[in-house]
Write a protein that binds this ligand. Sequence first.
Ligand code: ADP
Ligand code: MG
Length: 500
Amino acid sequence: MKLELRDITKRFGSLVANDSINLTVESGQIHALLGENGAGKSTLMNVLFGLYTPEEGQILLDDEEVTFSGPGEAMAAGIGMVHQHFMLVPVFTVAENVILGHEPTKAGGVLDLGAARKLVRDLGQKFGFDIDPDALVADLPVGVQQRVEIIKALSRNAKILVLDEPTAVLTPQETDELMEIMRELAKSGTSIVFITHKLREVKAVADTITIIRHGKVVGEASPDASTHELATMMVGHDIQLIVDKADREPGEVALEVDNLTVFDVNNQKVLDDVSFDVRNGEILAIAGVQGNGQTELVEALVGLANKVKGEIKLYGEPIQSASVKKILDAGVGYIPEDRKIDGLVGDFSIAENLMLDRSNGKPFVGGFFTIDTKFRDQFARERIEEFDIRTQSEKTLAGRLSGGNQQKVVVARELSRDLKLLLASQPTRGVDVGSIEFIHERIVAVRDAGLPVVIVSTELDEVLALADRIAVMYKGRIVDIVPGKTERAKLGQLMAGVQE
Ligand code: ADP
Ligand code: MG
């Protein structure tokens, strides 16, 4: 099915999120929508999906104008959407999730569990998925959950499938598999709108690329355009994606981890005899496919682990049994893996979020425990400026910001502490390329100021861009620690647990 969006304008108060946007997606094509955070991509797709009513503009499906007053109508017309944050019910099985919310169709009647199971298997076979229809969604890796979302959309006969930042949570392998699935879907006639900030992926899979910036279409490009050209169009100025490696020798050992073993609540070993150290003025990257102990390692470093054996020393001081508060107060800047859970309070303003964890003393809190709101708001305005947080004011609720801007709030807060160590887990997850460049620069600045930095990333590009040394994790162990300029292929092998 062909999709045409004509002159779509969508405002939120005085903010024009979509400014007369035109987009044509031909039948069976993979059309990439590229844009910085806050550019208006999700808004445009929410207009298409009937979640927002645009102030102006038309939606045409196969040259016929349509209007949707809700997602139900959009789905009935053949539009499927996979949101960045999945909408599955974790305690239900795959097949149950596929049925959920299914409107009885005139032709097929109500989809029953047996039919849903068969559908999951059939679609799996057709598009190369491998999913057990009776598996609990909670037990599935993120990449597989995403396939369940895709199956769900296809089970409602989606002819146009919108994937909003689908690779943000995937491993390199899962991403490759998703791209293969997208190609198969397109071949079978499904039109795909693919939202991403990852230029490598756009170039690998898109037939056409539309770039939007500040709510406007700034151009179309072919996947043959260079990465540099695409990045520059998206950001609006020339950008340099390469970060300099440390040009001086790192200093003394700052963080020392010796024979660290961690047990979960069921007394299962989740981290197995891990040892490494990090020096001042050095970035150590922890690489690995998601779920190989990285989360548990970071939790142990910030005092969140259930039960640990072994030793963690920060400048000689053992901290393995210290509380989270004590560790953070000791000067550990912590950028958590999931900003929605550990990093931000969505219902608090940006200014309030910027002083989170620091409400127990100066400079934020004055006499009689009253918050110095003047200082706080001034501090927030300065961070907003410095970190280029796109928002109307410091009073805006953090939950209202786009993902990349939320991440900048977390980064701004953690980097404006009195730091002794920076621990950054997936620091640019779900963030567009312009913001990635910015966050990377800030992390490198911390290193260049002579501080030790640990980053944990499942993105090989990120690891290679930042690391002075790389520790690769596999099944709860560190399989090897290699130099920052190690080849991608070698790292891929280590990530798969292959040792020489
Ligand atoms: P993208 O998906 O490209 O990152 P969005 O479409 O989410 O961008 O956001 C575009 C702009 O609209 C941003 O400035 C964002 O803060 C704003 N925005 C999005 N949704 C809302 C909303 N429900 N209310 C107010 N502003 C919003
Ligand atoms: Mg978005």
